[in-house]
Design a protein around this ligand. Structure first.
Ligand code: GTP
Ligand code: MG
Length: 197
């Protein structure tokens, strides 16, 4: 897919304030600092579109971007950010649960996983929750440039094995690096496919 235009639209504190649900929507979620905003910038070829940071907890609202005037990309705040208070965490959970379960035009959620690590409980719990809510998702293993290809493959395989304990089918998965600019075409191709359905 060719990205002709990518524009920031709005940041919303809850799902009800999001843009009219009149276009297909794709959301990016995952642990704080896993690289959600960076990946959105890689996909849109615009390093300044979504705000990124070395410090976790940068993205705090539901951020909508409109691509080619025909679909939405959504940058969400990450989970597992240790410095959040209990009430902030609950607020995040409520905002995300409402957004994920009530947003009618949400086609697919991309769950980002740090490819450097073995399966993390927090990621598994989150995707199990998506399963309970019957929300379609795929996995994106990020920061592939930070370890060897063999290590990345081992972690992807371990993640799949962990999932097999509860899941009958495995979702599509992608491996990305914003440093090597890899994984972009595969994700955009997948979105194009879903947009055509
Ligand atoms: P929050 O909004 O805080 O939840 O974080 P985020 O998931 O949006 O992460 P963000 O895109 O801000 O990236 C966090 C840090 O990881 C930044 O310092 C990025 O430069 C770095 N980063 C993201 N993707 C990659 C990657 O593929 N390779 C490498 N080496 N660094 C990356
Ligand atoms: Mg972010």
């Amino acid at each position: 897919m060719v990205i002709k235009t990518a524009e920031y639209l709005i940041s919303s504190p809850d799902w009800e304030k999001c843009p009219k649900p009149n276009l297909p929507e794709y959301a990016f979620i995952g642990r704080s600092n896993v690289g959600k905003s960076s990946l959105i910038n890689l996909l849109t070829n615009n390093e300044k579109l979504a705000k990124t940071s070395g410090t976790p907890g940068k993205t705090t609202l539901i951020n909508h971007f409109i691509i080619n005037q025909s679909w939405y990309l959504v940058d969400l705040p990450g989970y597992g950010f240790a410095k959040r208070s209990m009430s902030q965490r609950r607020q995040w959970e409520q905002m995300i649960e409402n957004y994920l379960r009530k947003r009618q035009n949400l086609v697919n959620v991309f769950v980002l996983i740090d490819s450097r690590h073995e399966p993390q409980k927090i990621d598994i719990e989150f995707i199990n929750q998506l399963g309970e809510w019957q929300i379609p998702f795929s996995l994106v293993f990020t920061k592939a440039d930070k370890s060897t290809q063999a290590e990345v493959s081992r972690n992807v395989k371990a993640f799949h094995n962990k999932m097999r304990e509860t899941w009958q089918f495995l979702p599509p998965h992608f491996v990305t690096s914003v440093v090597k600019k890899s994984g972009r075409d595969a994700i955009l191709g997948y979105i194009e496919e879903l947009n055509a359905q």
